[in-house]
Ligand binder design. Structure first.
Ligand code: ATP
Ligand code: MG
Length: 572
């Protein structure tokens, strides 16, 4: 394709609203344009790259035995009412009415639609397992759309859904998808980690997020510095080292702490470290109030508490509930003397020999408190968020934190949707049984942005070859001549005949302008055709990533580029 004919409106300046590099570069390289908040048009270059991601996803999904379908974007509310999500899915679900006043929504995900399809068409265990996927536009009315394609309101997702007749089958389907995802992200040239994520009441290792490591990521990847344990922050477990010291002598004593409410203030006021203070959190849940005790320097992990108690909602109690539970005001809660309320305590409070706690009385704390003797705990457990430097739950290593971009998520759903929507089949004994489901998403458009976050320099994008809009850019430079033009045409034809997509920069621009644009667009390989080298029978092959320049005979370009791509695939 000739560059002069393509719509590639490059820009010199970063767009004012762009915060992250992928957003800046995709706009500057003329790949995308914003229509309105979180909604983008893909221009020819952007769409070519997007289709390359799609194709990799498609090939690996097909190879894993999944079948491609294409489901509607507009979904009737009835299905969402059946699954129970119409009322609980928040404002991200864009709801509207059609001309007959029927409630509809734009699909943010397709569990309901696919379950409805499969329950109608699949009746017998003989039709299972089944894995159906699609690559399609999703709409989520995100509260803060930002970072270009990274968090759009309208975005392209690959979503797959598996239906199995048995638990073992469902686990097999899960593992197949996990393997396929590893292949997909490796083929895209991404540096990623598959991390354990919370799988809610199902438990076990049945939810993984695929995280691209990048400083601009919105997620935290917790990983061990010596083994391959990796999890997201919600899920990350912690190993607690038991500590032993003699029991504390004496009893708790009251100290006056006027207006001193936060852990920080208490520590400062009593000239102590937060490590010797116990934080007493009073929480409201759908099963009534609970109390959670943490060491002062630690933070609550709500998900761990929810899973432990099998509850759905947790929020901080208001002063009225605090007064009801503790008899005291906000900021002075403590575990001594609590009654009729379940008390959970994080293991780490046992590392405190002499603790400070709230006295459940205004302006008062208790010192000299022994966490092993002076109050009752119903359950000790891991209830806190992991922190950098914590011990790995699997080995003697330490946990470290990195930023990550979630590009994929796989999840065993179990019978959540099949039960709610009555998707059943007849087993070999003729018994009606619910299908066991899994769902598997990839943010196809986010993958593209993530690839740019990981691969760029001051001059622009450095596409991994499989995602580049074109693999090669042919750049004739200097005065026009038949020799240059003929060579360009020949190289161009040979590349396309060999299945390598090449862009021909046929513009009447100065070499500097052409080189700058080629770098900005991130085309992996540039073939420069100029008078001087050509007089010796050569053209120049430049590697965008290494910036290495090499003289090559025009008829050797195809094999030289093939070798380069092979080296790239082999990680060389
Ligand atoms: P996030 O936590 O980033 O909001 P999610 O957990 O809501 O993601 P899923 O429902 O698991 O996402 O969707 C599957 C995949 O779709 C995600 O792994 C992500 O790559 C992509 N995705 C989700 N929301 C967006 C968005 N607003 N813009 C672009 N891609 C998205
Ligand atoms: Mg999410």
């Amino acid at each position: 394709m000739r560059l002069s004919k393509l719509l590639i409106p490059t820009l010199k300046e970063d767009p004012a609203d762009a915060e992250v590099i992928s957003h800046k570069l995709m706009v500057r390289a003329g790949m995308i344009r914003k229509l309105t908040a979180g909604i983008y048009s893909y221009l020819p270059l952007g769409y070519r790259s997007l289709r390359k991601v799609e194709q990799i996803v498609r090939e690996e999904m097909d190879a894993a035995g999944a079948q491609e379908v294409f489901l509607p974007v507009v979904q009737p509310s009835e299905l969402w009412k059946e699954s129970g999500r119409w009322d609980i899915y928040g404002k991200e679900l864009l709801r509207f009415k059609d001309r007959h006043d029927r409630e509809c929504c734009l699909g943010p995900t397709h569990e309901e639609v696919i379950t409805d399809l499969v329950r109608r068409e699949v009746r017998s265990y003989r039709d299972l397992p089944l894995n159906l996927y699609q690559i399609q536009t999703k709409f989520r009315d995100e509260i803060r759309p930002r970072f270009g394609l990274m968090r759009g309101r309208e975005f392209i997702m690959k979503d797959a859904y598996s239906f199995d007749a048995s638990e073992e089958g469902a686990e097999q389907s899960y593992i197949q998808m996990r393997d396929a995802y590893e292949k997909i992200f490796r083929r895209c040239g991404l540096e990623f980690r598959a991390v354990e994520a919370d799988s809610g009441p199902i438990g076990g290792s049945f939810s993984h997020e695929f995280m691209v490591l990048a400083d601009t990521g919105e997620d935290v990847v917790v990983s061990c510095d010596s083994c391959d344990y990796a999890a997201n922050l919600e899920k990350a477990e912690i190993r607690n080292e038991p500590v032993s010291f003699p029991a504390l002598s004496g009893t708790p004593e009251k100290v006056n702490t006027p207006g001193v409410k936060t852990i920080e203030d208490v520590a400062k006021f009593l000239n102590l470290s937060p490590l010797s203070i116990i934080k007493t959190l009073i929480l409201r849940t759908e099963k009534g109030p609970i109390v959670v005790l943490l060491r002062g320097d630690h933070e609550l992990n709500e998900v761990k508490v929810k899973n432990f108690l099998n509850i759905a909602d947790i929020e901080m109690a208001d002063p009225t509930l605090i007064a009801k539970v503790t008899g005291g005001p906000l900021g002075f809660s403590g575990p001594i003397g609590l009654q009729d309320v379940p008390v959970l305590a994080d293991h780490a409070i046992l590392t405190i020999q002499s603790a400070v706690v709230g006295a459940n009385e205004a302006d008062t704390h208790l010192i000299n408190v022994d966490p092993r003797n002076h109050f009752l705990v119903d359950n000790f457990g891991d209830f806190r968020a992991a922190a950098e430097g914590d011990l790995c739950p699997r080995c003697s290593g330490k946990l470290r934190f990195n930023k990550g971009i979630e590009v994929g998520h796989i999840f065993k759903l179990g019978v959540k949707y099949s039960k709610a929507m009555n998707a059943s089949f007849l087993d070999p004994e003729g018994k009606e049984t619910f299908m066991i489901m899994g769902c598997y998403g990839i943010g196809v458009s986010r993958v593209l942005a993530a690839a740019i976050e990981q691969n760029h320099d001051d001059d622009g994008i450095i596409f991994p070859p499989p995602l580049a809009p074109f693999t090669v850019i042919i750049t004739p430079v200097g005065a026009k001549s038949d020799a240059i033009n003929d060579t360009a045409q020949k190289v161009y034809d040979e590349l396309w005949n060999a299945g390598i997509d090449a862009l021909w920069d046929d513009r009447d621009e100065r070499p500097g302008v052409k080189f700058k644009d080629a770098d900005l667009l991130g085309i992996p390989f540039r073939v420069t055709i100029g008078q001087k080298a050509l007089a010796q029978g050569n053209v120049e092959l430049r590697d965008r990533k290494t910036k290495e320049n090499r003289l090559v005979k025009p008829n050797e370009i195809v094999s030289a580029i093939r070798t380069k791509i092979d080296c790239w695939s082999a990680g060389l």
